[in-house]
Structure formats: structure tokens, C-alpha cells
Design a protein around this ligand. Structure first.
Ligand code: CA
Length: 430
């Protein structure tokens, strides 16, 4: 079935600004709270949010086999379970409904009023109930930088890295959508030169520039997903800020890996951009040498050209772009990650989320964390107001953005924006 929704020549009767992330070729999926306090599944064109629950009730999807309440839910999990064929039918139909030459909704004032919302009228929610969250470590540049800093520059990559998409199981309970502030975590750290740990606020809070993909029900327990089929089980992608406390991480991570250094917060952009919408931006990833084992071998371009940037703004201050990277730098592809994840029979469900790992590029201005950008704090970054940062300070806001542009069409992810507050303290009641 062709992806008619990607037609670069189509224009919408909804106004779309020139550099909008959300032209009619994007058609992402999200969940929002409306002005009437109703939670609904929706999409977005330009600066209008579209209530898909209302559209469905008004009969605009009647030729597509969907249950009546599929969009009247507070998560996308059931819709994602319907599978790729349905996602594609729905995106294609939405493209038709909002095509500037289609009068059906365009000229129906009453229906438009029920379906369209200004962005100020809605509040974006987490788009899926994330059952399981896995984080990979798939940027060779990031793994090399971290290995150089903490182990040995001559043997920065561990022996398994070029053979396995290395990953670990994270925690989903503290994944939040853009716009929610977080608190600086407290925990155990080992001060330099000391042999006993201390307890207190982390001094080295960092972001990790990542993207994450969201899966559909992919397999039964015991079954694996072949690398050639893995993309059929990927619904779409979001921007992902995997907040990290480097000093807590350094003390706790041996031998089982990160724990409390990572699970206090991770933030995502609220609109899931489908893999279908990203198809025009498909590109080759880095050459893989040595050749991976057969179950990980993938023919053809398996990556996507997605420009990424991180802005840092102090409290009340001006934002500064502190890094620019690209998803295409990832060494392991999403298909390889998912094939590896399930090769032992591990079951993957609708709404599971898989982080890419920090996406660092080849040059120092494309590194994906403060740890690398300041090289452990040795080279502080100067912000627009002249202040310096080695890591993230209380009151700082980190904003990640991502977009694709092939010269014909630009689509994007919007942003994930998170403010870091001082450590949580329970206010004493009088
Ligand atoms: Ca991470």
C-alpha cells in the first residue's frame, strides 16, 4: 500500500508556516487534553491540533476498519496494536481530509469547530503507556568518548561493542513529556580521593541527546524478530532526553550498569513521528566493520537523516545552541537493535520504548552530552549571558529539537523541553 500521505506536492487548507515541523506530510500522533478536559488521541498540522476521536465520531474514517473508541483513549497503545497497515490507512485518510482541494471538512464550520484546537487550548500528554523501556548505547563516537575519558583512550571501545548493539533495561515510571520540570536527584557519590561515599545532591547532572522508537506488539515470547522485518514493528520516533547524574553513575555502575543515575527522569517530545513519515529521509548509516553476525546483517539504507540540536538557557536568560548532531551518526540501526533485543525470545509489546543511546557526531561541536562537550568539565561552555557551564545548573532549561529536510519537504519533531529544579524537599506543614 503506497504512503499517499507523504506526497510532497500536497498542501493543506490549514495554514502552515514555512519552517514548521508539522506540514501535512508529517501527520504525527499524540495524546492531548482538550479545553473541555477531555483526553483524546490527535494529530497536528501547522499550529492546529486535530482531535481524531471527534473526526472518527463524525464519520471521517468510516471506510477504515477501526473500533468506535480507538481514538477516545488516553494512550495510543491500542491504535499502535492495530498494526502498520492501519497506521498507513489512517495517515493517508488524514492527508485527504486536510488536502486544500477537499471541501468535506474544509467547508463544514460546525465539524471544524469540533475537531480543531489551537495549541494554547490543549495540554500534551505522554502518547503511550510505556510498559518497558530499553536504552541502547549505539553511537560509536559517544562510546569512544566515554571509554577514552573513563578507561583507556587506546582501547576506548570494549571488545563486544562492534558485535552487539549494547543496551540495558531502564525504567518507564519516570518518563515524562516535554514541559514538565524535574528535580536535581540526590544520592551516593564517591568524592575524588575518598574511599567512602557521601550522600547529597548530584553535582554533575547532565542531559543525553537521544531519540527513541516505539514498538507495536512484535512477537510471542520465545520468538525472535528477523532484522529484515523489524521495521514493520516500529510505529515511530520521538526526541528523548535521558537525564543522567554522572557522579552517581560513576560510583554505582560497576558491575551491573547504571541504576539511580538514570531512572530519576527521562523526557520525550510528545508527538510520535511515524516511520512512514520518515521514509523520504532514509539514509545509510556508518559502514559496519567487522561485519556483524548474520542475524544482524541488514541490506540497504537503515538509518534516517534527522538533524538534532540542544539549546541551553539559564533561568530567565537567552538560549544558546550548544550542540548540533544527527541521528544518521548512529552505528547500529533501529532494525538491528530490535532484532538483537528479541533474538533470545524476549517479548516486545505495543508502547515499548527503545532509546538510541546518546547521539554524538564526529566533531566536538556535535557531541550529545555535557560530559563530552566540556570533556568532564575541563572545557566549560560559555552561555549567552556570559556564565559558564560544566554541567546543568538549577534553573537551567534544556531544549532538544529535531527535523528532517531533503530539499523538497521538511518535517520535524517539535521539541522536548525540561527545566531542572533544585533537589526536592517536602515543605513542612505548620
Ligand atoms: Ca542513555
Amino acid at each position: 500500500m503506497p504512503i499517499l500521505a507523504n506526497d510532497p506536492n500536497r498542501r493543506s487548507w490549514i495554514e502552515v508556516q514555512k519552517n514548521s515541523d508539522f506540514p501535512i506530510q508529517n501527520i504525527p500522533f499524540g495524546v492531548f487534553l482538550t479545553r473541555d478536559d477531555v483526553i483524546t488521541i490527535g494529530t497536528r498540522i501547522g499550529d492546529k491540533a486535530i482531535d481524531l476521536g471527534a473526526l472518527h465520531q463524525l464519520g471521517y474514517f468510516k471506510d477504515i476498519p477501526l473500533t468506535d473508541d480507538i481514538f477516545l483513549q488516553d494512550t495510543l497503545n491500542d491504535f499502535i496494536s492495530d498494526g502498520k497497515k492501519t497506521w498507513r490507512l489512517v495517515r493517508n485518510r488524514i492527508a485527504e481530509i486536510f488536502d486544500k482541494n477537499n471541501p468535506q471538512l474544509r467547508d463544514h464550520a460546525e465539524h471544524r469547530k469540533a475537531v480543531l484546537f489551537d495549541l494554547e487550548e490543549i495540554e500534551m500528554q505522554l502518547p503511550v503507556l510505556i510498559g518497558d523501556y530499553t536504552d541502547f548505547y549505539s553511537s560509536k563516537e559517544h562510546a569512544t568518548n566515554v571509554g577514552s575519558m573513563f578507561r583507556d583512550p587506546d582501547n576506548a571501545l570494549l571488545p563486544n561493542w562492534l558485535h552487539i548493539p549494547v543496551g540495558y533495561h531502564g525504567r518507564s515510571s519516570t518518563i515524562i513529556p516535554s514541559g514538565h520540570a524535574i528535580h536535581r536527584p540526590v544520592g551516593q557519590t564517591l568524592p575524588a580521593g575518598s574511599e567512602t561515599p557521601v550522600f547529597g545532591p548530584s553535582k554533575l547532572v547532565d542531559f543525553e541527546l537521544e531519540m527513541a522508537f516505539i514498538t507495536t506488539d512484535a512477537n510471542h515470547m520465545g520468538e525472535s524478530i528477523p532484522v529484515t522485518e523489524a521495521e514493520d514493528y516500529i510505529f515511530g520516533m520521538v526526541l528523548f532526553n535521558d537525564w543522567s547524574a554522572r557522579d552517581i553513575q560513576k560510583w554505582e555502575y560497576v558491575p551491573l550498569g547504571p541504576f539511580l543515575a538514570k531512572n530519576f527522569a527521562s523526557s520525550i517530545s510528545p508527538w510520535i513521528v511515524t516511520l512512514d513519515a520518515l521514509e523520504p529521509y532514509r539514509t545509510k548509516g556508518p559502514e559496519q566493520s567487522p561485519q556483524p553476525l548474520p542475524y544482524l546483517q541488514y541490506e540497504g539504507p537503515g538509518s534516517f537523516d534527522i538533524n538534532l540540536q540542544v539549546d541551553l538557557s539559564p533561568e530567565g536568560g537567552e538560549a544558546k545552541t550548544i550542540t548540533r548532531s544527527n541521528f544518521k551518526y548512529m552505528y547500529w540501526t533501529m532494525a538491528q537493535q530490535l532484532a538483537h533485543h528479541t533474538v533470545n525470545g524476549c517479548k516486545v509489546n505495543s508502547g515499548d520504548m527503545m532509546g538510541s543511546g546518546t547521539i554524538s557526531g564526529p566533531t566536538p561541536d556535535s557531541y550529545g552530552s555535557m560530559l563530552e562537550l566540556t570533556w568532564k568539565g575541563e572545557n566549560p561552555i560559555t552561555l549567552a549571558d556570559g556564565s559558564e557551564r560544566k554541567f546543568i545548573q538549577d534553573g537551567d532549561t534544556v531544549t532538544m529539537k529535531g527535523y528532517c529536510d531533503n530539499g523538497t519537504t521538511r518535517i520535524g519533531f517539535g521539541q522536548v523541553r525540561t527545566k531542572l529544579l533544585p533537589p526536592f524537599s517536602k515543605e513542612k506543614k505548620k
